[in-house]
Design a binder for this molecule. Structure first.
Ligand code: BGC
Length: 271
């Protein structure tokens, strides 16, 4: 899309990790619908990445699938090189790829701990660093955006809500909070905005068992005052706004989008 288009992300180029399913796919589609061309990163299931690309291009957008394991430095760097070669530069990076490998704490293996930290936290470090390098190299293009670049870290309500049985995952999200804030502080003078989105329970493959049956959904809803499980599109819409110039003065923040999950719902009737 040319920058002259009225779409709010017109003329901008984006990269979304883990964009072949769930929240990442919805974010990629939403950025594209707002005028950005989008790299759809994936590690497995190329057919799912191709389906996201097709949906975007069928709707008149521009998208490209690139395979890379975000926990591997060489693969992340190769992906950024390919994206920049294709689009010329990047203005938006959404570090979304994440996994859960759940186990009771005393049974958790070092491999389970390390795998989740590698993908969820080190993967974000590697992508943020490559994004920042490109944003600083290029600087602000005033006809495209007020900022030199915009980064979203996909966090979780579990950056603040402890989660027994998921200690590796919760630790990775707590780490993302300080990664995001520290990078935001360091890069703000360079006109780079860094924020997190903290989704609550959203209907995606990662938590399928928690909402797939009416019984499971009813149990999950006891944790959600707003009384509905979120949809990936909820997060997609927020992401498109957060990287737009409408949100130009927001940096270093986590925006929770969780139907009130972080409101300690148990205290509505107790305490
Ligand atoms: C997790 C989901 C969970 C949600 C709310 C997310 O970060 O990935 O499995 O349903 O938090 O607990």
């Amino acid at each position: 899309m040319p920058a002259s288009s009225s779409l709010r992300l017109a003329g901008q180029h984006a990269l979304v990790t883990g964009a072949n399913s769930g929240i990442g796919a919805a974010v990629a589609k939403s950025l594209a619908a707002n005028g950005a061309s989008v790299v759809v990163n994936y590690v497995g299931h190329p057919e799912a990445a191709d389906a996201v690309v097709k949906e975007i291009t069928d709707a008149g957008g521009v998208a490209l699938a690139i395979q890379a394991d975000v926990s591997q430095e060489d693969q992340v760097q190769a992906m950024f090189r390919q994206a920049i070669a294709q689009f010329g530069t990047l203005h938006i990076v959404v570090a979304n790829a994440g996994i859960q490998v759940d186990a009771p704490f005393i049974d958790m293996t070092l491999a389970q701990w390390q795998k989740v930290l590698d993908v969820n936290l080190t993967g974000q470090f590697l992508c943020l660093r490559e994004a920042a390098r490109e944003f600083m190299r290029r600087g602000v293009q005033p006809d495209v955006s007020k900022a030199a670049g915009k980064i979203i870290c996909m966090s979780s309500v579990h950056e603040v809500i402890p989660w027994g049985g998921h200690v590796n995952y919760a630790t990775s999200k707590g780490g993302i909070m300080e990664l995001m804030k520290s990078v935001a502080q360091e890069l703000a003078p360079h006109k780079i905005r860094v924020n997190s989105i903290g989704p609550g329970a959203i209907k995606t493959p990662i938590n399928h068992d928690a909402w797939a049956t009416p019984e499971a959904e009813a149990k999950l809803l006891t944790l959600i005052p707003y009384n509905r499980v979120g949809e990936p599109e909820d997060i997609g819409q927020l992401a498109a706004w957060l990287v737009s110039d409408e949100a130009d003065y927001i940096t270093g923040q986590t925006i929770f989008m969780d139907g009130g999950m972080t409101l300690y719902p148990g205290f509505a009737t107790g305490g």
